[in-house]
Write a protein that binds this ligand. Structure first.
Ligand code: ATP
Length: 267
């Protein structure tokens, strides 16, 4: 379980997060919605310990994972604890092959065997297996996102942090990313998903939070949030009237556990 309590983060004079509290219970998918600059990436950076690389500073609050403080750890120690981030913009190594990228993801993770992790990645993403010898720079945007997620899975996380995995991808690929997230979660990994694509995020999440200029303005189950007027209007692009008020949430979750098996990913 991840517990973020009263977290405030600044970049110099900019207050990016103000007393944010949030929980990711074991085995769940938790979505964080919010517009540009709301503080979503900052939240993930603070959890993964990478905020300092961006000159961010935690000025208040705690972050604990299974009862152990994360906010005092460096990024490598955080990964070693099983908390692994896929940063925004899928920063893969373009001049390395798919396989080399995956190997890099498993490096430095003690006592963990790479082949089973790699087999799991190839099972999730058959396309990556087909292209294992290809330079990552030559992959499509969707394939690069898959590789970024696959690389993070090489560290065998118990909690995966995903920063806008749908960014810049076609709707069909976004759907596939959603299915992949569900499958990763079904296999036992918790997921903290930061997204501007509220429709996808609320479909795959159990719980959700809305960040507004650094503060949590709404939280609840994904279904509850999808039914609110605010989320429908601001994040799903619908008016409450269109959907018969709060009862007609368009993005209320499909029965998520029914996604039994991934269709072969078409790229
Ligand atoms: P986006 O969806 O655009 O990525 P976000 O919700 O992830 O937005 P953050 O990137 O966390 O928001 O930014 C929160 C606030 O902190 C914004 O005001 C942003 O301009 C500021 N900020 C983010 N990174 C830095 C930085 N390295 N230095 C200074 N200010 C920053």
């Amino acid at each position: 379980m991840l517990n973020v309590a009263d977290l405030s983060v600044r970049y110099g004079a900019i207050q990016a997060l103000e007393r944010v509290s949030l929980e990711v219970p074991d085995q769940t998918v938790v979505a964080v919605l919010g517009s540009n600059g709301a503080g979503k990436s900052t939240l993930l950076r603070a959890v993964s310990g990478t905020h300092k690389l961006h000159k961010g500073r935690i000025e208040h609050g705690t972050i604990t994972h299974d009862g152990q403080r994360l906010d005092k750890l460096n990024p490598a120690a955080t990964v070693a604890r099983g908390v692994v981030q896929v940063p925004e913009g899928r920063r893969i190594f373009g001049r390395l092959t798919v396989e080399e990228n995956l190997r890099a993801g498993g490096m430095g993770v003690k006592n963990r065997r790479q082949p089973p992790a790699r087999d799991r990645v190839f099972e999730l993403f058959p396309r990556l297996q087909e292209r294992r010898g290809q330079l990552a720079a030559l992959l499509s945007g969707g394939e690069q996102q898959m590789l970024a997620i696959g690389r993070a899975l090489m560290a065998q996380p118990t909690l995966l942090l995903l920063d806008e995995p749908s960014l810049g991808l076609a709707p069909q690929v976004v759907e596939q990313i959603g299915e992949i997230i569900l499958e990763i979660n079904r296999q036992g990994t918790s997921v903290l998903l930061v997204e501007q694509n509220a429709s996808m995020a609320l479909r795959v999440a159990d719980l959700a939070y809305v960040l507004d200029v650094g503060e949590v303005s709404l939280h609840g189950t994904a279904e509850e949030l999808a039914a609110t007027d605010k989320v429908q209007r601001l994040y799903l692009g619908h008016s409450a009237d269109e959907h018969g008020g709060s009862g007609g949430a368009p993005a209320a979750k499909a029965p998520r556990r029914s996604v039994a098996r991934l269709s072969r990913w078409a790229g």
